[in-house]
Design a protein. Structure first.
Length: 469
């Protein structure tokens, strides 16, 4: 859209604006000619502006927008806008409360097994996601290759991605967006296939011990335990499945169904085995490229892709961005797949799909898990009294906001198992979030290259742990 076209919508109704990076903004445009900037004014912004006595101008409160970022718009009938009834779909008994919450970050998976001694064999931390030992996989994803030099020399991968996403939103940069989509598919492939093969045969797992303790607590106390994992891998799922769960994470709601499980797993930033189908007929109808030399290396022929990287390469080569991908996604809930599996239709044509995981930004302010998972998480947070944190940096703004909303003035005991470098930062962050914290135990004694391992060893030998009854 041009600025001239956007200005022509001023003074009219509210519109749904679709942006090339997949987001939608509902409101009306405001073009500030003195500054040569353009804004979208949402109803919420307008209400706040009027409440404050209309001080300043709309340019002071609007959402800065680049007209080139708008791929389409449509007028919205305000009478047709309904409040979303956020039902979970589960039967929740109000007198069943959860008091124990376990929060897991990348540091937990990185040190989940003492069977692994070589650094390159461990599940990667953020700085190791694009290391040399993943070169064979990296070569399959052009978008990763385009940014590889920056990725490897960055001191903070999460801050790097946050800056790139800010560029995408504030300026029209479809090439950069294409690279980030490619990286999303790469991370999905890395954790679902490559890392699963490496770790499926490990004899020991600290996740298993933690899961055993949690299950013993559930059996004795008859109350659920919440796990919140910010990791893409399925190492915790493997441990939980071995603990008598009646399901095998075969559907997305198996993760959090309180009617069938007491060990509930919430993954706010998605998982390597989560995906949404892209409608094959819509895809072929819209793009339908013939098989030619340009895509011969990708093995493409009329919608047939034998591996997910081939589809990711096609998206990158054809400049197909999130707005178009969202239009092609089938209207259905998130699906789950088994690690190292091939998803195929009955006619042997593989599904084309979009991974449901978030790229690791510095201050992640979004959730990708389904809305009913979010509602259930909020429900159970109300009564949490004890929190165990393992290998988590605590930088997720939206999740921290949930903790503040539900627990700010309630007494909470926190056990923190983390490396020394992150320890004080997390303590300071939580002390500003929650006003009635008791830090439990002298957990600084677990400072090492693998605090998770040291903590589990201590628990085993002292019969003293987070789930002690």
């Amino acid at each position: 859209m041009t600025r001239h076209e956007l200005s022509g919508l001023q003074g009219g109704p509210n519109y749904d604006f679709t942006l090339y990076y997949g987001e939608k903004i509902y409101g009306f445009p405001f073009c500030d000619y003195p500054t040569n900037n353009d804004y979208i004014i949402t109803p919420k912004i307008m209400t706040k502006f009027r409440t404050n006595g209309s001080k300043g101008t709309l340019a002071d409160v609007g959402i800065l927008i680049n007209p080139e970022s708008i791929t389409k718009y449509e007028e919205v009938d305000t009478n047709a806008i309904l409040n979303v009834n956020r039902k979970t779909g589960f039967t929740i008994t109000n007198n069943v409360k959860a008091t124990k919450l376990v929060i897991l970050g990348a540091g937990a998976s990185h040190g989940y097994s003492d069977d692994i001694t070589a650094q390159e064999q461990m599940p990667p931390l953020s700085l190791g996601l694009f290391a040399n030992h993943y070169n064979d996989l990296i070569r399959l994803y052009p978008g990763v290759q385009n940014l590889l030099n920056e990725l490897r020399y960055s001191n903070d991968i999460e801050e790097f991605f946050e800056k790139k996403w800010k560029l995408i939103k504030e300026s029209y940069n479809p090439e950069l967006l294409g690279n980030l989509i490619s990286i999303q598919y790469f991370l999905h492939d890395l954790f679902l296939h490559s890392l699963f093969k490496k770790h499926s045969g490990m004899e020991t797992s600290h996740y298993s011990t933690l899961s055993n303790y949690a299950n013993e607590y559930v059996r004795a106390k008859k109350e659920p335990v919440l796990f919140v994992s910010f990791n893409y891998d399925t190492l915790l799922e493997t441990a939980l499945k071995a603990n008598g769960r009646p399901n095998r994470f075969e559907t997305i709601d198996d993760y959090v169904d309180p009617n069938n499980n007491k060990l509930l797993l919430f993954k706010p930033h998605g998982s390597c085995n989560w995906y949404k189908n892209i409608n094959l007929e819509k895809f072929i109808g819209k793009y339908d490229p013939e098989y030619d030399s340009e895509y011969a290396s990708a093995g493409y022929e009329k919608g047939k892709f034998s591996r997910i990287f081939e589809f990711a390469r096609f998206l990158n080569a054809k400049n197909i961005y999130l707005d178009s991908i969202n239009e092609l996604i089938e209207e259905e809930e998130i699906q789950t797949m088994k690690p190292d599996s091939s998803i195929r239709r009955q006619d042997a044509i593989p599904y084309i799909y979009y991974p449901q995981l978030l790229i690791p930004y510095k201050k992640k302010d979004d959730f990708i898990m389904p809305s009913n998972h979010q509602v259930l998480l909020k429900h159970y947070l109300e009564n949490i009294t004890d929190i165990l944190i393992i290998g988590w940096k605590g930088t997720e703004d939206k999740f921290n906001g949930l903790l503040k909303t539900h627990l700010e003035h309630k007494p909470v005991n926190i056990t923190l198992i983390n490396k020394e470098g992150d320890y004080n930062t997390i303590v300071n962050n939580f002390n500003s979030l929650l006003k009635n914290i008791k830090w439990v135990g002298n957990t600084t004694k677990f400072f090492s290259n693998n605090p998770f391992s040291e903590y589990i060893k201590y628990c085993i030998n002292n019969n003293d742990h987070f789930f002690s009854i």
